[in-house]
Design a protein around this ligand. Structure first.
Ligand code: UD1
Ligand code: F6R
Length: 371
C-alpha cells in the first residue's frame, strides 16, 4: 500500500522518521539515575563479552548493505578499539580470504537472503568465526544461520532501491558500537552524546526531508547529464558511495562515489566546467580538508553542488559560486543518516523526470538469490 505516495521508493524515503523510531524502540535506555544512558540489544547481550574479546570485526555485505557498514565503521573502531575490516561478500569468496576463530563476522543484509552474503556466512561458519547478523527480515536465511544478531525492524521494504533499510542499518550498527563500548568508562561522555543524538534523529530526518522540493529543482537541472560525481570522506565516504549507487541504479545515470582524499590521485583529471560534482562537506573533524578540496575543484571551474551544515554556506562557498544544500547538523557519526536523505530524494526525482521505472529499475531484483 503506497498510501498518498506515487512510488514505494518515495514512500520509503519519507517514512524514515518512523522507521528509525521503530528501529530504536525499546533499545535505547535513558532514565534511572545511576547508569543513565545505555543501549540494550536483546539479540546480542549474551554475546557481547565474546565480541569484545575478538581480535577483529569483519563486516560483510553487498551493495547498499555494504555501504551502511562502511558508514558505521569509524564509530565501531572508535568505541570498540577493535580493528574493523570490510568485505564485499563476493570478493571474500573469490579470494577465499582469511577468516579466523578469533574474528567476529558481521553479516549485513536487508533481505537476509542475498546469495553471496549467505555463502560468505557459510564460509565464516566453517572457519569458526562468531557470526552476527544484521537483517530486516525475521526468519530469513541469514537471521536463522547466524549465531546471534539484531533485526533492524525498518518494516517491509518494497522499492528495489534500498533507502529506509540503509538508515536503519547504520543506526543499528551505531547501537552495536555503543553496546560493545559499554564497559569503557573513558568514552562515557561520547556515548551519552550519541544516545542523545539517536533520540533526536527522527526529528532531524523530518527536517531534512523538507528539502524535497529543492532536490526536485536540482534534479531538473541535472536531468540531461551523462554523469555525476559525489565526493565524501571520513564518516561520509559511505554517503558518497551510497548516493552514487542510488543515482546509477534508479535514475540510470552514471555516477561515482569518490573518497575525497584520492582526488589528486586521478579523479581531478575529470573536472571541467561541465561535469556536475556533489561535495559532502558537513561539519566534522574533516571539514577543513573538505574546504580545501572545494577550493581546488573551484580553481578548476568545477560545477559544484556542496552539501554543508546549516549556517556553513559562506564557509563552503565563498562568493556564492556554487549551489548549496544545507542540512541539519547531528552527532558526527550519525551525520551519514541525515546526509544520504537529500541524495535519495535527488535520485528519486531524477528517475521520475527521466521517465524510468522507480520501484523496479531495469535488470535489477530486490533480492539477489543467485551468484
Ligand atoms: C525480541 C523480539 C521482539 C520483542 C523483543 C522484546 C523477535 C524476532 N524479536 O527483539 O519481537 O519485542 O524481543 O524484548 O522475536 N538474530 C540472529 N540473527 C540475525 C538477527 C537476529 O541470530 O540476523 C537473533 C538474535 O540474536 C535474537 C533473535 O534473533 O536471539 C531476535 O533478535 P531481535 O529481534 O533483534 O531481538 P530483540 O530486539 O530482543
Ligand atoms: C541498492 C540495493 C542493493 C542491495 C544488495 C544487498 O539499492 O538494494 O545494492 O543493497 O543487493 O541486498 P541485501 O541487503 O538484501 O543483502
Amino acid at each position: 500500500n503506497k498510501g498518498n505516495y506515487e512510488h514505494y521508493m518515495q514512500k520509503e524515503i519519507h517514512e524514515q522518521p518512523e522507521s528509525l523510531t521503530t528501529t530504536m524502540r525499546g533499545r535505547l535506555i535513558r532514565g534511572g539515575s545511576s547508569k543513565s544512558k545505555t543501549v540494550l540489544l536483546g539479540g546480542l547481550k549474551d554475546h557481547l563479552k565474546t565480541i569484545r574479546r575478538s581480535r577483529r570485526i569483519v563486516f560483510i555485505g553487498c551493495g547498499t548493505s555494504y555501504n551502511a557498514a562502511l558508514a558505521a565503521r569509524p564509530i565501531l573502531e572508535e568505541l570498540s578499539g577493535i580493528p574493523v575490516t570490510m568485505e564485499v561478500a563476493s570478493d571474500l569468496l573469490d579470494r577465499q580470504g582469511p577468516i579466523y576463530r578469533e574474528d567476529t563476522a558481521v553479516f549485513v543484509s536487508q533481505s537476509g537472503e542475498t546469495a553471496d552474503t549467505l555463502h560468505a556466512l557459510e564460509y565464516a561458519l566453517e572457519n569458526g568465526a562468531l557470526c552476527v547478523g544484521i537483517t530486516n527480515t525475521v526468519g530469513s536465511a541469514i537471521a536463522r544461520n547466524t549465531h546471534c544478531g539484531v533485526h533492524i525492524n525498518a518494516g517491509c521494504e518494497i522499492g528495489v532501491a534500498s533507502t529506509k533499510a540503509y538508515t536503519s542499518q547504520i543506526v543499528v550498527m551505531a547501537m552495536l558500537a555503543l553496546a560493545i563500548g559499554d564497559d569503557t568508562s573513558s568514552s562515557l561522555g561520547r556515548r551519552e552524546s550519541i544516545i542523545d543524538g539517536l533520540f533526536d534523529l527522527p526529528n532531524k530526518v523530518r527536517e531534512v526531508l523538507k528539502l524535497d522540493q529543492e532536490m526536485k529543482d536540482l534534479a531538473k537541472l541535472l536531468i540531461a547529464e551523462q554523469s555525476l560525481l559525489v565526493f565524501g570522506r571520513g564518516y561520509n565516504y559511505a554517503t558518497a558511495l551510497e548516493g552514487a549507487l542510488k543515482v546509477k541504479e534508479v535514475a540510470l545515470m552514471h555516477s561515482e562515489g569518490i573518497i575525497a582524499g584520492e582526488m589528486k590521485h586521478g579523479p581531478l583529471a575529470l573536472v571541467d566546467e561541465n561535469l556536475p560534482i556533489v561535495v559532502i562537506a558537513t561539519h566534522d573533524a574533516c571539514f577543513s580538508k573538505q574546504q580545501s578540496v572545494i577550493q581546488q575543484l573551484h580553481a578548476r571551474k568545477g560545477r559544484l553542488i556542496v552539501m554543508c551544515s546549516k549556517g556553513d554556506s559562506a564557509a563552503v562557498c565563498p562568493g556564492g559560486s556554487c549551489r548549496v544544500i544545507e542540512v541539519p547538523q547531528v552527532e558526527d557519526c550519525l551525520q551519514p543518516v541525515i546526509n544520504v536523505v537529500p541524495l535519495q530524494l535527488l535520485a528519486y526525482h531524477l528517475t521520475v523526470l527521466r521517465g524510468y521505472n522507480v520501484d523496479q529499475p531495469r535488470n535489477l531484483a530486490k533480492s539477489v538469490t543467485t551468484q
